[in-house]
Design a protein around this ligand. Structure first.
Ligand code: TXA
Ligand code: MG
Length: 317
């Protein structure tokens, strides 16, 4: 059985050099021993991931992070304030970290996940665990053990079921390796909270691999059906009245009772929207829809990261 719930089984498989999908509060990760280059190579292979895209290493404590990376003062402050939690810090790496993990960079991304089972796996195994999101490259990230099983079940040692991810968006990545801190990926820890903790605004330098151009690009986070991203709810509902296509809609607010829909939060709570977003995309993509439609969220707090993911998955209209 690929899916199991015993921590000890995950520990044994990992110590044998197998890959195990592990639950975290953000999304499920595809874990393996980060300090064994052979195991790390298997992670890239299972995901079909290009080797120029480096991995995040998961540890159980700041002390353990110190075994693989140089912890600066600001990094320590952020770890102490937000970890365990949805924050990844990019730090100067130590020699023990194989080049394959970091794609040859002199920095390594480190995170302390906030999930009791996975922390126990790390502690009991004594390993640092490299874990990208447990999806094939380019596809929507998994927020349940079943999502992982459907796509990678046959290719990996097992899946530790820790229930649905509570946050539902990947971690926020902050580069803390040099003098000026910067955000490299918006994610489950709101940008504003990081600035507040630091007492200053820091730049956001996320890559724009997905230009705002028309065309059915499916560059990242794509569930397999074209996604149209509207500027706001009014624009979407206006177009919905006129379309002849079979459309599945992801929305929030008062229920519309459509044939194909997911209402991610009746109370318009962005935390609920984030937690249900990836599962909603996957589920709608399995229904008989030609397109999935949704709209941009307010550009504050988790809305920033939700919009980032939607823009990468969709075409704007
Ligand atoms: O929430 C998360 O972060 C999840 C869970 C499983 O922890 N993991 C995750 O991993 O999202 P992945 O591999 O899907 O995304 C890792 C990102 C990539 O965009 C990669 O480019 C960036 O982290 N990254 C890793 N190492 C880096 C480095 N040394 N410098 C800059 N970016 C780095
Ligand atoms: Mg990913």
């Amino acid at each position: 059985m690929a899916v199991f719930s015993e921590v000890q089984k995950a520990v044994e498989l990992l110590l044998q050099g197998e890959l195990v999908a592990l639950p975290t509060e953000t999304v499920y990760g595809l874990g393996g021993n980060a300090l064994d280059a052979g195991v790390v190579a298997k992670i890239f292979e299972a995901k079909n991931r290009p080797s120029f895209d480096p991995l995040i290493v998961h540890v159980a404590s700041v002390d353990q992070a110190g075994e693989i990376a140089e912890i600066t003062e600001e990094a320590r402050l952020l770890f102490e304030r937000f970890s365990p939690g949805p924050l990844t810090l990019v730090l100067k790496k130590k020699d023990v970290v194989p080049d394959l993990v970091t794609s040859g960079h002199s920095t390594v991304a480190v995170r302390i996940p906030n999930h009791a089972k996975t922390i126990e796996v790390i502690r009991k195994s004594g390993l640092c665990i490299a874990a990208p999101s447990a999806n094939p490259f380019g596809y929507t990230s998994p927020t349940t053990a079943q999502h992982v099983e459907e796509q990678l079940g046959a290719k990996i040692g097992g899946i530790l079921d820790g229930g649905p991810a509570t946050i539902g968006l990947e971690s926020t990545i902050v580069d803390a390796s040099g003098a000026g801190l910067k955000v490299l990926r918006l994610g489950g820890l709101p940008y504003e909270e990081i600035c507040k903790a630091l007492g200053k605004e820091i730049p956001v330098q996320t890559s724009s691999s997905k230009p705002n151009a028309p065309g059915m690009l499916s560059s990242h986070y794509n569930p397999g059906v074209p996604i149209k991203l509207f500027e706001d709810a009014d624009a979407l509902w206006g177009a919905y009245l006129e379309t002849k296509a079979t459309v599945g809609v992801l929305y929030m607010g008062e229920s519309r009772s459509l044939e194909f829909e997911r209402n991610l939060s009746e109370g318009e709570d962005l935390r609920e929207v984030a937690a249900g977003l990836f599962a909603g995309l996957r589920e709608l993509a399995k229904e008989a829809v030609e397109e999935i439609w949704t709209y941009k969220m307010p550009e504050v707090g988790l809305g920033r990261a939700i919009n980032d993911r939607l823009k990468r998955a969709a075409i704007s209209v």
